[in-house]
Design a protein around this ligand. Structure first.
Ligand SMILES: Cc1cc2nc3c(=O)[nH]c(=O)nc-3n(C[C@H](O)[C@H](O)[C@H](O)COP(=O)(O)O)c2cc1C
Length: 356
């Protein structure tokens, strides 16, 4: 039986356990550059025993940033600091991943601690956002421009160029951000995508941008490395993207060489009622896994070692992503192993702190 601490080998990459650090925006960059904050923040999860550590959303273009302070992979110069971080993560026996993202209509906002509001295009640190259609997220926001064909080609080229930089930066996993109402999700959802061309309308048309991004990333991303896609498995709204759509998408992505689907939910429609109970999104990872056969990750209000272990033991998902619990305790994996009675390797520098 697999447990939270059993390794998972996908192709030739072995994750030492099923614990993943979920992407978490830090809004602490200047012009997309990682810095010592990112080294310490991500490095602490590596010393803390997580198997896979995924950076926050890294924007593939300046206009794809949520805020002017987002991490980016849109310049060759971004690579050097990220390489230092991935080297450190690997030295601790963990696998480094990055989440490639374009915020679409959710771009050009302030950092959460400065209010999180839209930064209008004519204000400092603001710019014109783009999307599938000219529909803003909040009614009172300036609407995005709908991407034309050239704009769509640029987005695909930006993802591809960022993937190339991700190789140079030493990442072994790319997660495409197709969730939480960002650009790819804006194309997937019939609420935000009201296009009448081949990128809108039917399910097949709404998933086209994602499929084309995967294709262009795969032109450069080495076969031995891993490609994950994060989706919002349901919008929690009648008439929107459903769990059934997620299964249908998973079946297609499996055939496109995607290695794992990370199942989150929501984020594309404001003020939606979501049942926020512990592990409330596990059912989606379970459904997608069972009905498509692809590997899945689950995330959301998973904070306890036995809770996470149960998910793996019962084959409801293959990986468990943790976000806020990792901020509370970056060494969560060391603690979880102790609680579950598993013997794992600690950093030698920390061995004197082992529980006995
Ligand atoms: C500070 C913070 C930043 C986040 N940034 C991202 C992000 O960059 N990309 C993403 O897909 N999700 C992001 N999320 C969502 C988390 O990855 C995760 O899906 C969510 O917090 C639920 O997991 P949790 O209950 O373990 O926190 C963020 C969450 C937090 C708390």
């Amino acid at each position: 039986m697999s447990t939270l601490f059993s390794p998972l080998k996908i192709k030739n990459i072995e994750l030492k356990n099923r614990i993943v650090v979920s992407p978490m925006c830090e809004y602490s960059s200047q012009d997309g550059f990682a810095n010592d904050w990112h080294l310490v923040h991500l490095g602490s999860f590596a010393t803390g025993g997580a198997g896979l550590i995924i950076t926050e959303a890294a924007a593939v273009s300046p206009e794809g940033r949520i805020t002017f302070a987002d991490l980016g992979l849109y310049k060759d110069e971004h690579v050097e600091k990220l390489k230092q971080i991935t080297d450190f993560i690997k030295a601790q026996g963990a696998v480094p991943g990055t989440q490639l993202a374009h915020a679409g209509r959710k771009a050009s906002h302030q950092e959460p601690w400065n209010g999180g509001k839209q930064a209008p295009a004519d204000q400092p640190n603001g710019w014109q956002s783009v999307s599938a259609s000219t529909i803003s997220f909040f009614e009172n926001e300036e609407p995005p421009i709908a991407l034309d064909k050239a704009g769509i080609e640029k987005v695909k080229a930006d993802f591809k160029a960022a993937a190339k930089r991700a190789i140079d930066a030493g990442f072994q996993v790319i997660e495409l951000h197709g969730a939480h109402g960002y650009l790819i999700n804006q194309f997937l959802s019939p609420f935000s995508n009201q296009r009448t061309d081949e990128y809108g309308g039917s399910f097949e048309n709404r998933i086209r941008l994602l499929l084309e991004i995967i294709e262009s990333v795969k032109e450069v991303w080495p076969e031995e490395n891993l490609l994950f896609v994060r989706i919002s498995a349901t919008e929690w709204v009648e008439g929107g993207w459903t769990a059934g759509d997620s299964v249908a998408l998973a079946n297609i992505l499996k055939g496109k060489g995607v290695d794992l689907i990370d199942c989150s939910t929501g984020g594309n429609i404001p003020n939606v009622k979501i049942p926020l109970t512990p592990g409330y999104q596990v059912e989606f990872a379970e459904k997608v896994k069972k009905e498509s056969g692809i590997l899945t990750g689950t995330v959301g209000l998973i904070t306890k070692s036995d809770q996470a272990n149960e998910i793996i033991e019962n084959e409801r998902a293959d990986l468990v992503f943790f976000a806020r619990e990792m901020l509370r305790d970056p060494h969560f994996a060391l603690r979880a192993a102790h609680e579950l009675g598993e013997e794992i390797k600690w950093p030698v520098q920390y061995e004197r702190a082992k529980w006995h």
